[in-house]
Design a protein around this ligand. Sequence first.
Ligand code: NDP
Length: 255
Amino acid sequence: MAESPLSGRHALITGGGTGIGAAAAAHLHAAGAKLSLLGRRMEPLQAVAESYGGIAVGCDVTDAGQIGNAFDEARTLNGPIDLLIVNAGIAESAPFHKMTRESWDTIIATNLTAAFECSRAAIGDLLKSDNGRLVFVASVASLRGVPYAAHYAASKHGLLGLMRSLAAEYAKTSLTVNAVCPGYVDTPMTDQSVARVSQITGRSEGDARAAITGMNASGRLVDPQAIGNVIAMLCLPLSRDINGAAVTIDGGTAA
Ligand code: NDP
C-alpha cells in the first residue's frame, strides 16, 4: 500500500475542536498527519483528538505567552511543526456608528494579531521542515467589504496581507504560505450569526438562516469538509508551487 502523503508530519491547527478546524483535522489525519489541536475549550478539542489520535492543548491565541507554551507542548509530544493551520477566529456584527473600540480590539487580536504570533512561534520549525506549510483560514470578507462587520472584514483583509507577504518573503524556501477564503460555512460561527441576526432584527431563526444562506451565490452553505479538503490539499508535497494563493471556496460568491 502507498504511504500516506503526510505520514509522520506534524500539523498544528488553532481552533481545531469545531467547524472548519475539526474538518481540517479529519482531512489531515486521513492524509497521515499527526495532529495538535489548540483552542480555549478542552471538551471539543478532546473529542476531535479522540477521533483522530491527536493531542488537545488548551490555548487562548490572544495571549502570546499561552501560544508559546502550547506550541512547546505540541512539539514535545508530536515533534517540530511541519504544517500550521491558523484557523481560530471570531465574528461579531454591529453598524459602524455603534462599533466599540473593545469589539474592534477583540476581533483584531483574535483574527489578525494571533495569526502573526502563531506564525512567529512556528516559523523556525516551518523553515527547517522539508515542505513546511502555513495555511490561513481567511474569508470572502478578505476580498470585499462587509456591511455591519467592518472590524471582521478589516481583520480578514489584514490576514491576506500577512499571507501574501510571507509567501513572497519565503518564496525561495520549501515553505509555502496560502489562504482559504470561504463563503458562509455550515459551522457554529454561522449558527451564532443566525442567532445574532434573529435577535437584532426580530426575524425568526429560519428566516435569518435563509437570509445568510442566500448571501452565498450557490444558495447553500458551504460544507466545512470542503474547506478541510482544500486545506489538506495545500499541505501536500505536490502543492509546493501553490504559494501566495487565496483560494475562494464560496459557491461562486466572489466570481
Ligand atoms: P467555529 O466557531 O466553529 O470555530 C472557531 C474556532 O476558533 C473555535 O474552535 C474556537 O474555539 C476557536 N477560537 C476562537 N477564539 C479563540 C481564541 N481566543 N483562542 C483559541 N481559539 C479560539 O467557526 P468556524 O469553523 O466557522 O471558524 C473557523 C474560521 O473560519 C474562523 O477564522 C472564521 O473567521 C473563518 N470563516 C468562517 C466562515 C463561516 O461562515 N463560518 C466563513 C469564512 C471564514 P474555542 O472557542 O474553544 O477557543
